[in-house]
Design a protein around this ligand. Sequence first.
Ligand code: FES
Length: 148
Amino acid sequence: MAKLTVNGKEHDIDASDETPLLWALRDIVGLTGTKFGCGQGLCGACTVHVDGEVTRSCITPLKQAAGKSVTTIEGLSEDGVSHPLQKAWVAEDVPQCGYCQSGQIMAAAAFLRDNPEPSDQDIWDGMANLCRCGTYLRIHRAIKRAAR
Ligand code: FES
């Protein structure tokens, strides 16, 4: 049993210590915005924040997140107001299939928090999540828009 704070709410998670955080979030907490892609820490579809740090939840055992504060895409808006990145994502019409986009936005949110005025190169260097549809240029534009 592990205690997790997810999007500000505490949960008792009845699962083994080695259960990937991704499955605790999706199957036990019931938040399915975080996606399974590669399952090997490579693509970033499963990106969440753990105590504010970008974390690939598919390779993060529950014991590593226990007692910490997890933020998922469902918790990114505040008081019903979308995060500036979520608004920028809509304005730039970023997604194609959409599957990787919650992970992209979570990665971008941490990136922008740490780099509030990023250069183009900063964005190319700082965003490592993969998108099979190749929406990288629109992701880039949305991050620039949100940074304005
Ligand atoms: Fe976790 Fe790809 S599903 S990095």
